[in-house]
Structures are given as C-alpha cells and as structure tokens.
Design a protein around this ligand. Sequence first.
Ligand code: THU
Length: 110
Amino acid sequence: SHFKVGAALLFGDGTTISGCNVENASYGISLCAERNAMTTAITAGAVKPLAAASAGERGRACPPCGACRQFLAEFNIDMEIILEDGDNMKFYKLSELLPACFSHGSMEGE
Ligand code: THU
C-alpha cells in the first residue's frame, strides 16, 4: 500500500520503543507498526506497555487493526491507545477497543 504507519509504546520507566509497518510483495505477510514495536520491546525485555500511540502519514487517525488489538491485549489490556487525528489527539483504553476479547481465560475449564 505504501501507507506509512508509526507506533510507539510507553513503559513505566519512561522508555519508549517504536516500530513501523513493514510491507512485502506477498501482501499477507506484511507487518503492522504496532506489532513490530511490541516485538522489538519484548526483545529489549520490556513487556508491559502503559500506552501505545499510532500515527499514519495522512494525518487522520490510524487506529490499530483488530489483529494488533488482540496482540497488544496479551501484554496489557488496560493500556492507553493514543491516536493523532489532525490537530487533535484521541485517547482510548485498549479494553474499550477490544470488548469481550478472547484470552487465555477463555480456554480454561470449570
Ligand atoms: N497498518 C499498521 O501498521 N497498523 C495497523 O494497525 C493498521 C494497518 C499498516 C499495514 C499495512 O502496511 C498498511 O498499514 C495498510 O494496511
């Protein structure tokens, strides 16, 4: 698509770790910015982001896709999601963007 996305994760010690989307000629294996940032963070030993910010190159809000919401939820479903939207910022909780999500608890028996 050549649509550029950047994501940054904020951690409790003030560290931020960022990622960009990485596209491929085999479209389906393209990687989103948010998941790229999260896996980079894990490599650095940072596993519980307090907030995730995403921005697309066109200035309008670029919300994390469903797969990224699910991926990030595993690390902190209470994290804040921050979106740049023109001259404004939008703030959400990941839990409100992914209600009734599937989690490890969904696989537990009685
Ligand atoms: N993209 C992201 O990086 N994050 C999202 O959550 C939504 C979509 C990327 C994937 C692809 O490279 C481009 O935006 C268009 O879908």
